[in-house]
Design a protein around this ligand. Sequence first.
Ligand code: BJW
Length: 223
Amino acid sequence: MTRIVILTGAGVSAESGLGTFRDKGGLWTRYDLSEVATPGGFARNPALVHEFYNARRANALDAAPNAAHRALARLQGARAGVTLVTQNIDDLHERGGAREVIHMHGQITRALCAACGARWEAPRAMHPADACPGCAARATRPDIVWFGEVPYHMERIADALAACDLFVAIGTSGEVYPAAGFVEEAAGFGAETLEINLDPSAPGRFDRVIRGPATEAVPAWVA
Ligand code: BJW
């Protein structure tokens, strides 16, 4: 059995109408990431951070999965040994039919209590005064991994990278660690590596590159 680890980034949801971060006009060209995507930013101005994620939650819930999400779901459904890891906080892989998705940067549809660690389904709009249904603390936040926080499921991902025969990065700029280092990690264990991207990253990082929009390149690769 060929074991495959697929890492997706914002580019896989771009054609569903969700913005990327670092492309021209991307989220980090319009917002100061230190104010909206760090624990310090949330401590300084929780209302601003909730407003940022409320808008993105509304966009994500209104978006529909695209041909790339559906193709990856078909691949995962058709064979064993396909681990799908996403940096995306939307649920378009799941709504596209994927049966198992590892959300290493959290999920915008989930809320987290910073006081007791409880998690629950987020309402469409969250507010600083929202109380935790478990401990009643008013310390609720989106269940998102911000800069300086440790991404989720790292042990499980490390095991999958160590065991895979093929590592595929789709629609990610490879600028944010630890995800950016997965290609070297997998290659170090002997995996072949492939990048699928509209505008691939630095030459030489991957064994093979497919350039193109995810909605065309991913179904063609899966077929
Ligand atoms: C298409 C396409 C189409 C477009 N078809 N392709 C120095 C100082 C401070 C910190 C650090 C430092 N050096 C390293 C760090 C650590 C830091 C980091 O990496 N910073 C860098 C910016 C330097 N990382 C962290 O803090 C992480 N935690 C950490 O390291 O903990 C320590 C630890 C780790 C492991 C074990 C033990 C300890 C946490 C990172 C959290 C990232 N959070 C964000 C925001 C929260 C989620 C959200 O709001 O959505 O996650 S940042 C943002 O970037 C988001 C994304 O998931 C992430 C990656 O972005 P992505 O997906 O690659 O998007 P883009 O926009 O960059 O690229 C889009 C790509 O798509 C492009 O390539 C396009 O070409 C392509 N594309 N359209 C195909 N149609």
